[in-house]
Design a protein around this ligand. Structure first.
Ligand SMILES: [Zn+2]
Length: 314
């Protein structure tokens, strides 16, 4: 979800709850996306791949730590004056236990909104690295971003509070409606494929695309590790077959030696990072020139990584 929406949702909730510290909540809402700064640290320590955008700060524990530091810095006098000058508004942010908790409330809203998007978050880190996602929204929703920016401008302007209230209500209604449409379309895509289940192909998963009516649908055979990928259009009811994939294919060599080569390859940082970002991994192991060429494929397509990764193991 975009930065404007992350700022606005806690702001609106705290506004209608009558809180004096709605700005602290709103800034808390954007605090953990400053993890883009961590991307540089990620270059220095590539083996710690949680140091990335939507990585370590997008967890309950480190989210708290991040917002604590963020609010502390933001409430220093010079920083507040500097930011105040840029946006031409005076604002008096406070650093107290209450405001820290309200800012953390902004973080919780942020985690929830990002959880709805398809990238997934390691919210339970450091207990587990697993990424959680509801796969409802695509990474960035262009329309939502535009509407959020418009509302932010309206709230910034010195106009009658009544208009601001109406704008906020319209915004919330639009956001909830778009979420409801996406939810409906997701279920619709799921139901459309129920007749396609046959034999060991017993599971269906759906993934959002930038178009809220178009869903990537995977039909899964968990027993034999096989997948079929379709693109489903909820308006035309069309199913476009994209391809069939197998969890493991071995060429030119013995199965057991391929497995031990894959085990070795799985230790490589690059491979671990690739797998961390990927919901389905299909591995092709090919023995050529006295070494194993191991290719990892993410057939759903990568957003933070390439679609495939090849490594060589002796
Ligand atoms: Zn985020």
């Amino acid at each position: 979800m975009d930065l404007f929406t992350h700022f606005l949702i806690p702001y609106i909730i705290l506004f209608f709850a009558g809180s004096k510290n709605k700005l602290e909540g709103a800034f808390g809402g954007i605090s953990i996306d400053f993890d883009v700064l961590l991307v540089f640290a990620g270059f220095l320590f590539p083996e710690i791949f949680i140091l990335t955008h939507r990585g370590i700060t997008h967890s309950f524990i480190f989210g708290f730590l991040s917002v604590l530091i963020f609010l502390y810095i933001l409430t220093r006098k010079q920083i507040q004056e500097f930011v105040g000058k840029i946006i031409k508004r005076d604002f008096n942010l406070k650093f107290t236990w209450k405001t820290v908790l309200l800012a953390y409330f902004g973080v919780i809203i942020h985690l929830f909104l990002d959880y709805l998007t398809t990238g997934g978050l390691p919210i339970l880190y450091p207990f587990t690295m697993e990424r959680f996602s509801a796969h409802l929204y695509y990474y960035i929703d262009g329309v939502t971003t535009l509407i959020s920016l418009t509302l932010l401008v309206i709230l910034y302007l010195k106009i009658n509070l009544k208009f601001k209230k109406i704008a906020m209500i319209i915004f919330v209604v639009m956001l909830i409606s778009s979420g409801a449409i996406r939810g409906y379309e997701k279920v619709n895509a799921f139901n459309a494929f129920e007749d396609d289940l046959e034999g060991d192909f017993s599971q269906i998963s759906t993934y959002p695309t930038p178009n809220m009516f178009v869903w990537d649908t995977v039909i899964i055979d968990p027993k034999n590790d096989r997948y079929r990928l379709y693109e489903y259009n909820g308006i035309t009811n069309e199913k476009l077959f994209q391809g069939a994939y197998e969890g493991l294919t071995v060429e030119n060599g013995s199965y057991s030696s391929a497995l031990s080569a894959i085990k070795k390859a799985n230790q490589i940082t690059e491979v671990q990072r690739f797998m961390w970002y990927t919901d389905y991994i299909c591995i092709n192991a090919k023995f050529e020139n006295n070494q194993w060429k191991i290719t990892y494929l993410n057939f759903l397509g990568g957003h933070y990584t390439n679609n495939n990764l090849t490594v060589y193991v002796n």
